[in-house]
Design a protein around this ligand. Structure first.
Ligand SMILES: Nc1ncnc2c1ncn2[C@@H]1O[C@H](COP(=O)(O)OP(=O)(O)OP(=O)(O)O)[C@@H](O)[C@H]1O
Ligand SMILES: [Mg+2]
Length: 370
């Protein structure tokens, strides 16, 4: 058998061969684009932990929007992002924007006749005005504009400005949509920024765990479309291990595939080996970074959850910490905001990130003995 290329993509931002789940979310957002101004999906935020598939989904949304005839500008929250949005609109929308709409033209003209001094004093139109002109020109051709911003961050002044300006486009009922993506903590920071309270009214789409059935379908299709097969038992164990976490689907798939690439059918033994090899990467690529951002108090709270099987009661946690319920509640809130744990019924919490519990036990075992 010819050795096929490994079809799994355990790299951040890499579009997988088959997207597991997320159909409904895609439908809602794309439906919002088609529905017209006023649809709440036209200002959306994708919220999810590291490796939950935010970047991939943003790319997919932008691709599909282009198929629907939209112009897209995709940036990451960083200095100079506003300029990058303009550049992409100019580039992708060039067939709709007459040369006179090109920003560089006035500059060239001025240099031509040697009025460079006068030019430097010329007032530049604001970002909002330039964008308004472009939106008008695009709308004349029935073309809408989708802006996507990855890794949202309220600490970036241009991010805040983009949101503040965009709300006017919504009010003015322009053919425009804005889809952002970020970690839960970063999203909350945006919500707390008073100058952009508008963002609180955007539609939040949580990138929760993908269902086991969808994980199985994605793994199976990825393998079969690449010329191999997997036994039902092996597929079930692989899917189970991922807990619906997108990065793990790719990671386990990748390591499973490479166990015996010359053999047509992937077996349970391949999956078991694949899982073992995946662990180290999962630790390095997701868990190390996540844990390094937590405070001592956060960690103590998580350690106090370890004696429980799956779900922990807040009353047990405060007892184990030897602290008041108020103290424990503060840390509970902090960790929920960071997307590390989630509420599970009244007065109970559980880990959000798969494998974090195992990681903590493995790496901090002695500290967690209570
Ligand atoms: N729906 C999905 N089905 C299968 N694999 C997916 C899916 N979404 C993402 N992936 C895979 O998961 C990994 C992480 O995806 P992505 O980079 O989009 O995550 P992210 O949420 O942007 O992470 P970060 O917060 O670190 O930027 C990639 O390897 C990607 O191929
Ligand atoms: Mg990302």
């Amino acid at each position: 058998m010819v050795i096929q290329k490994n079809p799994f993509t355990p790299t951040f931002g890499s579009e997988p061969l088959f997207l597991a789940g997320r159909e409904q979310l895609l439908e809602e957002i794309l439906g919002g684009l088609e529905n017209g101004p006023g649809d709440p999906n036209r200002t959306s935020i994708l919220v999810g932990s590291r490796g939950s598939g935010k970047t991939v989904l943003l790319t997919k949304i932008a691709d599909e929007a282009m198929q629907l005839g939209w112009i897209t500008a995709s940036v990451t929250a960083e200095p100079d992002m506003l300029n990058k949005v303009l550049e992409q609109v100019e580039y992708r929308g060039k067939e709709f924007l007459p040369p006179k709409a090109k920003r560089k033209l006035s500059e060239l003209h001025v240099l031509d006749v040697g009025f460079s001094v006068q030019h430097s004093e010329e007032r530049q139109p604001s970002w909002r005005l330039q964008m308004t002109r472009y939106l008008e020109l695009l709308a004349e051709n029935q073309v809408g504009l989708l802006i996507t911003v990855d890794e949202i961050d309220a600490k970036q002044p241009e991010m805040v400005k983009l949101v503040a300006d965009f709300q006017h486009f919504i009010r003015e009922k322009r053919e425009a949509a804005f889809v952002m993506a970020g970690l839960p903590g970063k999203t909350l920071q945006m919500f707390h920024d008073k100058s952009i309270s508008f963002v609180r009214r955007s539609f939040q789409h949580k990138l929760d765990a993908v269902s086991k059935a969808d994980v199985k379908t994605a793994i199976k299709k990825t393998i079969e479309s690449s010329g191999r097969k997997i036994t039902a038992e092996a597929l079930d164990i692989a899917a189970q291990y991922t807990r619906g976490f997108p990065f793990l689907i790719q990671l386990v798939g990748y390591h499973t595939w490479r166990q015996s690439p010359k053999v047509k059918t992937i077996t349970l033994a391949d999956v078991e080996q694949g899982i073992e090899s995946s662990e180290e990467y999962m630790d390095r690529m997701i868990l190390d970074t996540t844990v390094s951002e937590l405070s001592e108090g956060d960690m103590a709270f998580l350690f106090a959850m370890l004696p429980d099987e799956a779900v922990s009661r807040m009353s047990d946690i405060s007892a184990r910490l030897g602290k008041t319920t108020k103290h424990a509640a503060q840390y509970r809130l902090r960790l929920i905001k960071q997307g590390i744990i989630e509420e599970y019924g009244r007065g109970k919490v559980q880990f959000t990130l798969p494998l974090l519990r195992e990681y903590l036990k493995k790496n901090y075992g002695e500290k967690t003995e209570l």
